[in-house]
Design a protein around this ligand. Structure first.
Ligand code: ADP
Length: 266
């Protein structure tokens, strides 16, 4: 669905993404992991042309992204940003309806169908009861759900999520991830999610891209990517990797510095 060919990007002189090539398949849930500054957010931004790579090419359903209008892109790709704040005190329903704008003609207002789509998205994300509240007066978890609702009313095929679970407590992390997983499994939406939480990435994603300094260090299934050697090399700290006893997926445990555990001999 999305094809990257030797994509390189720089903000100023230093390349932040270098020669990135991979494909995102229709209906997959792909995770982008890597240390701070490794290029995760920048990569997501190039996928929806918030940033345009200076080198290489990105194809969306075989069409070069740079030949598409922002409206065309927005009808296929929705973005849930990392910091889901708004500058103006919009009500939740207004914020959600903004997601319809790629489908409206110039100077057109939302009609009954748009309101119906918004209502459905708000039911899905359980934001209907807070529809009249101001966006800035919500908790972090509620606000994230509103931004998912806004993404859904775009009726996209792909949702890009940047650190969606940052600042959420574990209850809200699980709720949020289940919502995303349902969208992926039930509605067939393609999901690309940047995450700092390696255990979450391991549990929820079909495939992971591990970035290091703007290049792909490893791409593959969580089992192929989340190994002790890969994580220690890229993050530069000691970890222990075993299996989550319930799911069987790789599980990371952080090791305190100076601990001479039996694990180091394993
Ligand atoms: P990550 O999401 O993995 O933490 P980013 O994509 O945010 O990484 O950043 C990658 C690199 O690009 C970092 O070195 C960062 O300092 C730099 N960078 C990010 N945003 C900007 C910007 N707007 N202007 C200049 N440099 C930036």
């Amino acid at each position: 669905m999305i094809d990257l060919h030797s994509v390189s990007f720089r903000y100023r002189q230093d390349w932040v993404l270098r020669e990135i090539s991979f494909q995102i398949r229709k209906g997959e849930f792909i995770g982008v992991i890597g240390p701070n500054g490794s290029g995760k957010s920048t990569l997501l931004k190039t996928l929806c042309r918030l940033l345009t790579p200076q080198k290489g090419e990105i194809l969306l359903d075989l069409v070069p992204l740079k030949e598409m209008s922002q409206g065309e892109i927005a009808r296929k790709i929705a973005v849930v940003p990392q910091e889901a704040y708004s500058l103006f005190p919009f009500r939740v329903i207004e914020m959600v309806l903004m997601g319809r704008s790629p489908h409206l003609g110039r100077l057109m207002f939302e009609g009954a169908r748009d309101l119906e789509i918004a209502k459905k998205a708000m039911e899905w994300t359980e934001t209907l009861p807070i529809g009249e509240r101001l966006i800035d007066e919500l908790s972090g978890g509620e606000r994230k759900r509103v931004f998912i609702a806004r993404a859904l009313v775009q009726e996209p095929e792909v949702i890009l999520l940047d650190e969606p679970t940052a600042n959420l407590d574990i209850h809200h992390q699980v709720d949020f991830l289940e919502l995303i997983l349902n969208l992926n499994r039930e509605k067939g939406l393609t999901i690309a999610m940047a995450s700092h939480d390696l255990n979450i990435a391991s549990e929820y994603c079909d495939r992971l891209i591990l970035l290091q300094g703007g290049t792909i260090f490893k791409i593959g299934s969580p089992r192929e990517v989340i190994t002790r050697a890969n994580i220690e090399k890229v993050y530069g700290c000691r970890v222990w990797v075993d299996e989550n006893p319930i799911s069987g997926m790789p599980r990371i445990t952080l090791l305190k510095k100076g601990v001479r555990s039996v694990l180091t001999e394993v």
